[in-house]
Design a protein around this ligand. Structure first.
Ligand SMILES: CC(C)(COP(=O)(O)OP(=O)(O)OC[C@H]1O[C@@H](n2cnc3c(N)ncnc32)[C@H](O)[C@@H]1OP(=O)(O)O)[C@@H](O)C(=O)NCCC(=O)NCCS
Length: 275
């Protein structure tokens, strides 16, 4: 049986997500549920949730994330059922659907009309050097919204407002860069990170500030960032700061093509695949 997600399901989902080492917490799930309750699905077997998939809606597109089936049930068609149920709902709402695919799942997505846009690397960074305590993000919201629309050709105000309200934002006036970061579970996640005038030096400048500021809010902890490989400025900067690539996904799109300027997108906004 496929039904809608409820808050009581969060614990079960997080248990499965931990098994995949995903960057995810309750706030992340609440954000999906608040935006598109009809797009958050649970598949039950013998009255127990064994599969989940969620969608987050922007103005002209939606993102699929948190797609998971209990390892004991994988390979028996449940994932396909969940994905198809969700796509049926999304296709009447938006012309374009995105996701960041685990390499092993790209075949399934291709079979459902998704095509690759480019690869994305997850980098792990660390900083032991304490930096300046960061400011909360609200004052930079207008600038970030304008740049984000230019990067994605879509309005993603709801996602950015929600993220910024719980994160810190750094702004670099020289390069017109905005970088947000915040604590998620046992680590700090960076995102969104976008640049008006991207360059390795500009990206490094703002990332270096972020590493110090992250230490001031969370101590010496893991810092994760999902960088599109098509953003050479951010790639060079994370590498020069000692970043280690720990995993990779493929960004895929189904439906109407949309121009996306990956050269300015230093990181995705959300590691739970809301874009
Ligand atoms: C991806 C996933 C949700 C698919 O669920 P499922 O119930 O196994 O899917 P199905 O049984 O309908 O199989 C559909 C396709 O999924 C892929 N798949 C099957 N088992 C898989 C596994 N253990 N790991 C990854 N992909 C798998 C295969 O391509 C399969 O197609 P095939 O049988 O024609 O080869 C599930 O395997 C899973 O939870 N994987 C770990 C988390 C993950 O990677 N999520 C996707 C993030 S983008």
């Amino acid at each position: 049986m496929i039904r809608s997600l409820r808050e009581v399901d969060f614990g079960r989902f997080l248990e499965l997500a931990r098994g995949e080492s995903w960057s995810c917490d309750e706030a992340e799930l609440a954000a999906f549920l608040a935006v598109l309750p009809d797009g958050c699905l649970v598949l039950e077997q013998r009255a127990r949730p064994v599969g989940f998939v969620m969608a987050y809606r922007h103005e002209r597109s939606a993102w699929i994330g948190n797609f998971i089936v209990d390892p004991a049930w994988r390979g028996s068609g449940l994932g396909t059922r969940l994905l198809e149920a969700l796509l049926d709902r999304l296709d009447v709402l938006v012309p374009t659907v995105y996701l960041n695919a685990a390499p092993a799942a790209t075949k399934l997505y291709r079979q459902h009309g998704f095509r690759p846009l480019g690869s994305v690397s997850r980098w792990q960074l660390r900083s032991s050097k304490d930096g300046a305590a960061p400011a909360r993000g609200e004052e930079h919201l207008a600038g970030l919204l304008a740049l984000d629309e230019r990067c994605w050709s879509d309005r993603r105000d709801r996602l950015l407002r929600t993220l910024i309200s719980g994160r810190y934002v750094l702004h670099d006036g020289h390069s017109g860069s905005y970088l947000a970061f915040g604590r998620v579970a046992d680590h700090v996640a960076i995102g969104p990170f976008e640049m008006t005038e991207p360059s390795p030096a500009a990206a490094r400048r703002v990332l270096e500030r972020a590493l110090g500021a992250a230490t001031s809010i969370a101590g010496d902890t893991r810092i994760l960032i999902d960088v599109p490989d098509a953003c050479p400025a951010a790639r060079a900067a994370v590498r020069s700061l000692g970043g280690i690539p720990i995993s990779g996904t493929i960004c895929m799109r189904r439906g109407a093509p949309v121009p996306i300027d990956f050269t300015r997108i230093g990181s995705f906004a959300s590691m739970g695949s809301k874009g």
